[in-house]
Ligand binder design. Structure first.
Ligand code: FE
Ligand code: FE
Ligand code: ZN
Length: 275
């Protein structure tokens, strides 16, 4: 089983992998740069090499980057959209050099223009910043549908990928808190939700799973993460998710509140559920 969490790489990749290993993780997620999208640090190739060797030795991975969550490819403000394009393009190039296989992005928020226009802007933006020759894959995250978020249904994610003209460069990161918020009943109807995903997108598209409990119930369209077992999902549903045949071999990444100590506790709990 692959279990990890969102870890800071402010002290470098190798340091982050060590930190993740120290809490019993064997995969991790990190921000591709500061979460608000400010300037990225130059790549340290010695650090990257060391991290790579450590990953190999410890059978650790995959490394999953997460783009700054403030970027909005669907923005109707031209400046904001251009900024998002510039940052993502730069992050793709840097992550490609660091041989990071995945970067998760939130598709964007249409800010009142509607899903159709938002979808078009996101797809054309992605098409613009990608060559199609990248080794890495962009993972579109399933959103809760808060505010004017685009990408809270499987159909919307399909449309974005399809309209880029290079759907093979894209995968999906499902977020269990967001799925519940968006109205997908992963508590009572997990099999049905996954069959629907398979029919529309194909289960092989799921490359990572954000494993979070949710402070709000099914269909709330809210995105507030809770600690595992302490939210609306509950332990039983979480156990069903991590042991489901269609999901159990994918990387699970915690984005729950409470920092590193809490991650360790939750990783222990997940391991005890699967023994
Ligand atoms: Fe996210
Ligand atoms: Fe998430
Ligand atoms: Zn969330």
């Amino acid at each position: 089983m692959r279990i990890g969490a969102h870890i800071s790489i402010s002290k470098g990749y190798e340091h982050a992998v060590k930190e993740a290993l120290s809490i019993g993780a064997n995969t991790m997620q990190f921000f591709s740069r500061n979460p608000r999208g400010s300037a990225a640090k130059a790549l340290d190739f010695v650090d990257i090499k060391n991290a790579e060797e450590l990953c190999k030795k410890q059978d650790f991975g995959p490394l999953v980057a997460h783009a700054p969550y403030t970027l909005n490819l669907a923005s109707s403000r031209e400046k904001a959209r251009e900024f998002a394009l510039m940052v993502l393009k730069d992050d793709i190039e840097r992550l490609e050099q660091a041989k990071v296989p995945y970067m998760v992005i939130h598709p964007g928020s249409h800010l009142g223009d509607g899903i159709e226009q938002g979808t078009e802007k996101i797809a054309s933006g992605l098409k613009h910043i990608m060559t199609g020759r990248e080794k890495m894959m962009i993972l579109l995250e399933t959103m809760a549908g808060a505010g004017s978020e685009v990408g809270y249904t499987f159909e919307q994610l399909y449309d974005i990928m399809d309209r880029t003209g290079m759907p093979e460069k894209f995968g999906v990161c499902i977020d269990t808190c967001h799925l519940l918020g968006a109205g997908y009943d992963v508590i009572g109807r997990l099999d049905e939700v996954l069959s629907e995903f398979d029919r529309i997108l194909g289960l092989s598209r799921i490359k990572a799973i954000h494993l979070n409990d949710s402070k709000f119930p099914l269909g709330s369209r809210k995105d507030r993460h809770a600690n595992l077992g302490e939210g609306e999902l509950g332990s039983e549903a979480i156990k069903n998710i991590i042991t489901h045949p269609a999901l159990k071999d994918k990387p699970f990444l915690l984005e729950t509140p409470g920092g590193i100590e809490n991650y360790k506790k939750e990783i222990d709990m997940l391991k005890s559920m699967t023994d």
